[in-house]
Design a protein around this ligand. Structure first.
Ligand SMILES: NC(=O)c1ccc[n+]([C@@H]2O[C@H](COP(=O)([O-])OP(=O)(O)OC[C@H]3O[C@@H](n4cnc5c(N)ncnc54)[C@H](OP(=O)(O)O)[C@@H]3O)[C@@H](O)[C@H]2O)c1
Length: 231
């Protein structure tokens, strides 16, 4: 089935790999980008892809993006939340660092929440709506001294469970994708793990692609993956 996919975070990293893969699969993509011109002239600048201005910290852009996609393509049956930020904010944050907590909440939690709300009627009317969310292993356990990021990802996992419950009877299936380190700018900035030893974005994109081929009765709610053993 050809899907119409709303995808955030496609400018780089994991989202970029997912966009490429879903395009190869034959889906139509509507990409929400802070800079909607960022992908002009790239391999994602083709007829099956449209761009719209979207900032996860500005809820009004979620509605205008959904409206523009509906006017162009008449429906949305898939939503993939990939945009996200990481701050290392510890539990005992310094004065002034509380701003980082507000940003983490705005981008990692409120962003996906508002966008889901805007796209919901269309996802529900398809009867086979899909929502994939790039959560993290940091949405399942807390390691080390980082606090703000994992707390935002635990909240995002809660949002995933709420979306699953609310959408079940309407055929909406939600998958919380929980990798540890993925080889992107985000991970390379905060860990000494060798990039080659991390999960590769293209492998993650293959999983996202396979999930979209599954029927309502077979979609896993959670997909956890580690690039190294955690005990
Ligand atoms: N990399 C990992 O190890 C890892 C592991 C587990 C989970 N994750 C999660 O996977 C997702 C993607 O991560 P990544 O590694 O691909 O990160 P990345 O390379 O840093 O890319 C982040 C993406 O999010 C977008 N973004 C950031 N703030 C935004 C905002 N306010 N509005 C709209 N878009 C915004 C960025 O767009 P701009 O280009 O405009 O900045 C970029 O496309 C994130 O949610 C992350 O938490 C990553």
């Amino acid at each position: 089935m050809q899907r119409t996919v709303l995808l955030t975070g496609a400018s780089r990293g994991i989202g970029r790999s997912i966009a490429r893969r879903l395009l190869i699969d034959g889906h139509r993509l509507s990409l929400g980008l802070r800079d909607p011109e960022a992908l002009r002239g790239t391999d994602l600048d083709v007829e099956a892809v449209i761009y719209h201005a979207y900032d996860a910290s500005d809820p009004s852009t979620a509605e205008s993006w959904v409206d523009a996609t509906l006017s162009q393509w008449g429906g949305i049956d898939t939503l993939i939340h990939c945009a996200g930020i990481l701050h290392r904010t510890p539990l005992l944050f310094a004065d002034g660092e509380e701003q980082q907590l507000d940003q983490l909440w705005a981008v990692n939690v409120k962003g996906p929440w508002w966008l889901t709300r805007a796209a919901w009627p269309s996802l529900a009317s398809s009867g086979q709506g899909r929502i994939q969310v790039l959560v993290s292993m940091s949405g399942k356990r807390v390691k080390g001294r980082m606090a703000g990021y994992p707390v935002s990802k635990f909240a995002l996992m809660g949002l995933c469970q709420s979306m699953r419950n609310e959408g079940w009877d309407q055929g909406i299936r939600v998958t919380a994708i929980c990798p540890s380190w993925v080889n992107t700018e985000m991970a390379r900035a905060v860990t000494a793990v060798e990039p080659a030893a991390m999960t590769q974005p293209d492998d993650l994109a293959s999983l996202c692609s396979s999930l979209l081929s599954l029927p309502n009765a077979a979609v896993p709610f959670e997909l956890a993956m580690n690039c190294s053993l955690e005990t």
